[in-house]
Design a protein around this ligand. Structure first.
Ligand code: Z5A
Length: 219
């Protein structure tokens, strides 16, 4: 059995996912761990097309359930054609967002019933989950200030502050429901401190994976 791990990174706007993803790649490379980096929505040609449809600003109001179904359509394709094959080949997978984002944005932000998302999760991906999830937690007012340096906002970034507050609460609800999977990162701290916490947490995951593998070999 492969001891490759599936790690997702989550959080609201400007929390530093992209910035810390680079650090995670460096640490895995230094430890000679084979890995792929992917993202949601997206990660396959079909899912990237769905991403473009989902993120672009449009005049037509997008129905929240239609949005949720598209997120899961992209995810089903992503899991079966990219994530599971990589793990089976012994490669670690780091995904910039995964199912927790659907609970946070569509459940929290768009008020879709939690149980409905759980049913869809079971149907689309059989509740397949990351081994560990880094949650970059940040007050959305600060997050939006950080993100403000970007030239154009996509359809999600154009939402109101109340939406982002609900997204943050929903991420916390998800973490409270599955505490052992989550690593909470206080993204309000200076970047050096955030990076140190990410480094220490990822190194722990790596050392426990190495121990798991040693046990498998010796049994
Ligand atoms: N979405 C959804 O609704 N449902 C779903 O199921 C899924 C997704 C999967 C695409 O996400 C959108 O899809 C997303 C949710 C929705 N929309 N939103 N919003 P995305 O991940 O592609 O886009 P994003 O959320 O906008 O992420 P981002 O732009 O990549 O942000 P980030 O990675 O968290 O931030 P960053 O680029 O690393 O940092 C922002 C700036 O802050 C940058 O200048 C950094 O240098 C700075 N920074 C970072 N950390 C610090 C600290 N600690 N101190 C000071 N400055 C910092």
């Amino acid at each position: 059995m492969s001891s490759a791990k599936f790690i997702s990174i989550e959080g609201g706007e400007g929390g530093g996912k992209t910035t810390n993803l680079e650090l995670m790649k460096e640490i895995l490379s230094q430890n000679n761990i084979p890995f792929i980096v992917t993202r949601e929505p997206g990660g396959t040609p079909l899912a990237e097309e769905l991403r473009a449809l989902l993120l672009e600003n449009r005049d037509e109001k997008v129905n929240p359930v239609a949005e949720l179904l598209m997120m899961f359509a992209a995810r089903a394709q992503h899991v079966e054609t990219v994530i599971k094959p990589a793990l089976a080949a012994g490669k670690w997978v780091i995904s910039d967002r995964f199912t927790d984002a659907s609970f946070a944005y569509q459940g929290g932000g768009r008020n879709i019933d939690w149980a409905m998302i759980e049913s869809l999760e079971a149907l689309a991906i059989k509740s397949f989950k990351p081994d560990k999830t880094f949650l970059f937690d940040l007050d959305p007012v600060t997050g939006m200030k950080r993100a403000a340096s970007r030239s154009e906002y996509d359809r999600f970034e154009n939402e109101q502050m109340d939406f982002f507050k609900k997204v943050r609460q929903a991420y916390h609800r998800r973490m409270d429901e599955q505490p052992s999977r989550f690593i909470l990162i206080d993204a309000s701290k200076p970047l050096d401190e955030v990076k140190l916490q990410v480094k220490q947490s990822l190194e722990l995951i790596i050392s426990s994976a190495i121990n798991e593998q040693k046990k498998e070999f010796s049994s």
